[in-house]
Design a protein around this ligand. Structure first.
Ligand SMILES: C[S@@+](CC[C@H](N)C(=O)[O-])C[C@H]1O[C@@H](n2cnc3c(N)ncnc32)[C@H](O)[C@@H]1O
Length: 167
């Protein structure tokens, strides 16, 4: 990775670290002084009310996506799902419910603060079939052919090497 790409990735990491820290401190992910803004067509507004009520408030508060992949993904009992850039874990937790105890939902994220928040949210939700892994979505830390369904919510747009993500 060249220096410019590394600098850009660090800007992204720092913004989402700040957002995660804000939620962990009881605040909101949006509108922090470092510049993340979440309008009415972003984040938790894109999920059903039933999703809000069944998830930990911190998972909903940390929602920073621009869609709702769980509304369109065909997930079945027993499948293994991977969420690229899982943030506070909202889509991993919703996927985990859909694939059930014989399935598993993984989240990959590069930001320690987001990973810590996601793991706390999994514990709050009582989810046991989830795992959050530290890593870059350009070099996924899982073996090839170990996943049935890949989802992502407003993250590939942030990648400095989109070809690597799709590969
Ligand atoms: C816009 S937020 C979306 C989070 C989550 N998907 C959601 O819907 O709430 C972007 C997330 O992707 C992570 N991220 C951004 N670029 C990444 C990369 N190249 N590799 C791994 N994680 C990345 C950030 O740390 C952050 O948690």
């Amino acid at each position: 990775m060249d220096e410019q790409a590394a600098d850009l990735r660090e800007v992204v990491r720092a913004k989402y670290a700040a957002a995660a820290s804000a939620v962990s401190a009881g605040g909101t992910a949006c509108c922090d002084p470092q510049g993340i803004e979440v309008g009415e067509n972003f984040g938790a507004t894109l999920y059903a009310t039933s999703d809000h009520t069944e998830l930990p408030a911190e998972a909903v508060a940390a929602s920073l996506g621009c869609g709702n992949p769980t509304a369109v993904a065909e997930l079945r009992e027993g499948e293994r799902v991977l969420d690229l850039g899982s943030g506070g874990g909202i889509d991993v937790l919703l996927s985990a419910r859909r694939v059930g105890p014989t399935g598993k939902a993984y989240g990959v994220d590069m930001t320690d603060e987001m990973l810590a928040l996601a793991r706390e949210n999994a514990a709050r939700a009582g989810a046991t079939n989830v795992e959050f892994l530290k890593g870059a979505i350009e070099a996924i830390p899982l073996p090839a052919d170990s996943i049935d369904v890949v989802i992502s919510n407003c993250v590939i747009n942030l990648s400095v090497d989109k070809s690597a993500v799709f590969a």
